[in-house]
Design a protein around this ligand. Structure first.
Ligand SMILES: NC(=O)c1ccc[n+]([C@@H]2O[C@H](COP(=O)([O-])OP(=O)(O)OC[C@H]3O[C@@H](n4cnc5c(N)ncnc54)[C@H](OP(=O)(O)O)[C@@H]3O)[C@@H](O)[C@H]2O)c1
Length: 243
């Protein structure tokens, strides 16, 4: 029987690329996201199941988990940034959405699937964090606070599962060209484009390859963390741009 993986936020970007890369690496897949049409278009060519999932909604997580009888790999990828206001102008609703998606979403999905993962005897939890999990920048506090928080969750999980047959990995990317910047800037494509202006960002596939590397190591090897950035980016604030 092939190992079974769940990928959250698989309707676009890193999640969709990870689904394709895991399918090529021999995984069966259940994919979750809110935009079910987009999700189905990712799942269909892979022979994957596509199920509606809103990681902010505990009832949606419960329905999703009930529909997946066994699990070997959980990729907690669903996430987002909203806005770039400084703390003085911060918007509560945006911070709440980021925290509920990026932190509580990972907590609730992991809790829902932990019994099935423990039963698998060869399980793995991957969390797509960010370099924003350990760096900060002006205008980024809502997002960086959520990614710092989820990093604490991942590190705690690693400690709590010590001695159990479950590996835990955080993948921390820098700038990746996906729908992320468009979502962050409320659909403003010009603002989104400016994020990658004059530099070569990572592609979603670059991050997917990191996920596949981590999950295809021998079972005694735990890749605790992979930090992957564009060559043109040395930190959240140090980005080389050609004029
Ligand atoms: N792009 C970057 O520069 C970058 C850098 C570092 C880390 N990351 C992280 O990488 C992850 C993936 O982002 P991406 O770059 O691939 O962005 P993306 O292209 O915008 O994709 C985000 C995915 O998350 C899903 N999602 C958002 N809210 C959700 C919810 N409440 N329930 C279920 N799914 C939800 C979206 O699906 P639906 O809208 O269909 O639900 C979508 O599939 C995120 O955790 C992000 O923080 C991105």
């Amino acid at each position: 029987m092939k190992p079974l993986a769940v990928v959250t936020g698989a309707s676009a970007g890193i999640g969709a690329a990870t689904a394709r890369a895991l399918a090529a690496a021999g995984f069966d897949l259940v994919l979750g996201a809110r935009r079910t049409e987009k999700l189905a278009s990712v799942a269909e060519p892979l022979g994957a199941r596509a199920l509606p999932l809103d990681v902010r909604d505990p009832a949606s997580i419960a329905r999703f988990a009930d529909a997946v009888p066994r699990l070997d790999l959980l990729v907690n990828n669903a996430g987002l940034a909203l806005g770039s206001e400084r703390i003085g102008d911060s918007v509560d609703e945006k911070w709440t959405t980021m925290y509920e998606t990026n932190v509580l979403g990972v907590q609730r999905m992991t809790r829902a699937f932990l019994p099935k993962l423990l039963a698998s005897q060869r399980a793995h939890v991957v969390v797509v964090g960010s370099t924003s999990g350990f760096e900060v920048y002006p205008g980024g506090a809502g997002y960086t606070a959520s990614k710092h928080a989820v990093r604490a969750v991942v590190r705690t999980l690693r400690l709590e599962l010590l001695g159990q047959p479950v590996r835990v990995t955080e993948i921390s990317p820098g700038l990746v060209e996906t729908e992320f910047a468009t979502v962050r800037h409320g659909g403003d494509r010009d603002k989104a484009k400016a994020v990658y202006q004059g530099m070569t960002p990572l592609a979603a596939e670059d991050v997917a390859e990191c996920v596949v590397f981590a999950v295809t190591r021998p079972p005694h090897v735990d890749i605790d963390e992979i930090v992957v950035r564009p060559r043109d980016q040395a930190s959240s604030t140090a980005v080389f741009r050609r004029s």
